[in-house]
Design a protein around this ligand. Structure first.
Ligand code: ATP
Ligand code: MG
Ligand code: MG
Ligand code: MG
Length: 486
């Protein structure tokens, strides 16, 4: 099956179970101070679970574009280094709003995986909540029993509160969850070591594919749990992981989701993509760089298409950091000395045509924004790298001084996490405390300068902070033009 067919089969399956197929919400979250980017399929239904909005249908399903680069879910450092965490990914999901519950959710997830997708049952492991004494909760016997109809006992594993109990926040809806993991190792490896011991153990070939959350409690302010009158189901399956498993690959990047991008990068850089390269071996940096580029351009493109331009603040800075990370990889390891990342945008837009048309309809604009960003960063990148190399070569310990990291950021536009990444590659760490001090000193200086510039009537108090407030403005086209001139 192609990736497209796999996605469609998911939606068709849940449509056949009376689910209404709904569109993905934008990846950029507006009007929610607690969240910058959509990081799960359930985000757009939060108000329904909180009882503050009515569902449009009791059962829905969709594919949601997600971004996990900040806050509670931040997978950025894993990307490209491992084979199954992305910045932007699609989360396939089905929901019941006070309608069906554990039985149907479990029946259908098993039916879909084993009858429609025909996954090998012996390679599947499921988990259930084992209970928690402090919470006064017993094991999720219901989920266990439903699974037992289908799954051998040694493939049903207990999980603790950390892995198998989902909470929306400190208060609000919560409940046990059941996850499905896939063992993609060779038969030989499977005979030697049981997959059961590798579930949730960061093994690159035994990976989580689907999470089924059963919301049945409401956490009150005093910490106690109250049964919910209406119980809900919230599920999320990683689309790229599912495609990898169904296409029999050992890396998400080897699927037709990523291969067209990687092949294009390999061709244009004149380098070969060595999927199997191992850390420190020849080809490792090139392979990571290609994966990072193929991954990051997706995050950047969808963020821009959904209204978040790269900038120096908040969500905009998260996107700029991701972009500069990709540009540095492509420059240093793939030899792209001229802007190149932007050329991936049309390819990506074509790929998502008919799925997320928001990108296709704005592809020229998105490409232009990426190009401008590349041009700006490439102006200072080489000088920054040269300085960095000098400092590393002259160092007598393995620490990059905070003041220097700050200069790299201030003069050459190297975000702190980029300097940290480069440092890591050379076995160094960065004195982040020193960096923050230098940053604070600069803020104080610029505050003082502003006071002088604007006249004597500016009264600075100790707690004044110079905060950017034009957050929404930056998302209009008019502002882009202004931003380009700078
Ligand atoms: P993991 O333990 O692998 O980090 P998770 O438990 O954080 O995954 P969930 O929050 O349960 O993930 O999200 C539901 C599903 O989304 C996961 O089962 C997985 O298939 C997929 N998923 C989660 N994070 C990523 C990511 N960064 N890239 C690709 N798919 C992801
Ligand atoms: Mg995770
Ligand atoms: Mg997990
Ligand atoms: Mg999970």
């Amino acid at each position: 099956m192609t990736a497209q067919q796999i996605r469609q089969a998911f939606l068709d399956f849940f449509a056949s179970k009376q689910h209404t197929i709904v569109p993905s919400a934008p990846i950029v979250v507006k009007n929610d101070p607690t969240l910058m980017f959509t990081n799960a399929g359930m985000n757009q239904f939060k108000d329904i679970f909180l009882g503050e909005a009515e569902p449009k249908a009791p059962r829905v399903a969709d594919t949601q574009r997600c971004l996990r680069v900040s806050g509670k879910h931040n997978d950025l450092e894993e990307v490209g280094v491992d084979t199954y965490h992305h910045t932007m990914f699609e989360m396939l999901g089905n929901w019941s709003f006070g309608d069906y519950f554990k039985k149907e959710a479990i029946d259908w997830s098993w039916e879909l995986l084993t009858s429609v997708y025909k996954l090998d049952k012996d390679r599947l492991y499921v988990t259930y909540f084992e209970g928690d004494e402090k919470e006064g909760l017993g094991k999720d016997q219901e989920a266990y029993d439903f699974w037992k109809q289908y799954v051998a006992e040694d493939h049903i594993l207990p999980g603790n509160k950390k892995d198998n109990f989902w909470e929306m926040g400190e208060t609000g809806p919560c409940g046990p969850c059941s996850e499905i993991h896939f063992d993609g190792r060779t038969d030989e490896e499977r005979a030697r070591v049981s997959g059961a011991t590798l579930v949730n153990a960061d093994d690159p070939n035994v990976i989580e594919i689907w999470n089924n959350v059963f919301m049945q409690f409401n956490r009150l302010k005093d910490g106690s749990l109250q049964p919910l009158p209406n119980k809900h189901v919230d599920t999320g399956m990683g689309y790229e992981r599912l495609v990898r498993v169904l296409q029999g690959k050992t890396s998400n990047y080897d699927t037709d989701v990523f291969m067209p991008l990687i092949q294009f990068i390999a061709e244009k850089s004149g380098k070969i993509y060595k999927a199997e390269a191992t850390p420190r071996a020849d080809g490792w940096n090139e392979a990571v760089a290609m994966r990072v580029m193929a991954d990051h351009i997706r995050a950047i493109s969808f963020a821009i298409a959904d209204g978040q331009l790269p900038s120096n603040n908040k969500a905009g800075y998260v996107i700029r950091r991701i972009l500069r990370r990709a540009v540095r990889y492509s420059y240093q390891y793939l030899g792209f000395k001229e802007p190149f990342l932007n050329q991936l945008v049309p390819l990506l837009a074509e790929q998502f045509k008919g799925v997320f048309d928001e990108l296709y309809s704005q592809k020229d604009f998105v490409q232009k924004v990426v190009l401008e960003e590349e041009v700006a960063f490439l102006r200072t990148l080489q000088n920054g790298i040269t300085q960095f190399e000098q400092v590393v070569n002259a160092a007598n310990n393995n620490v990059i001084a905070g003041q220097f990291a700050f200069e790299l950021s201030d003069t050459f536009g190297f975000p702190l996490d980029l300097t940290e990444l480069m440092a890591r590659e050379r076995g160094f760490t960065v004195d982040t405390e020193g960096f923050n001090q230098a940053l604070q000193q600069q803020k104080n200086r610029s505050r003082a300068a502003t006071a002088i510039d604007t006249g004597d009537w500016v009264l600075l108090k100790d707690n004044d902070s110079v905060e950017f407030t034009g957050y929404d403005e930056i998302e209009t086209i008019a502002h882009v033009i202004k931003y380009r001139k700078v």
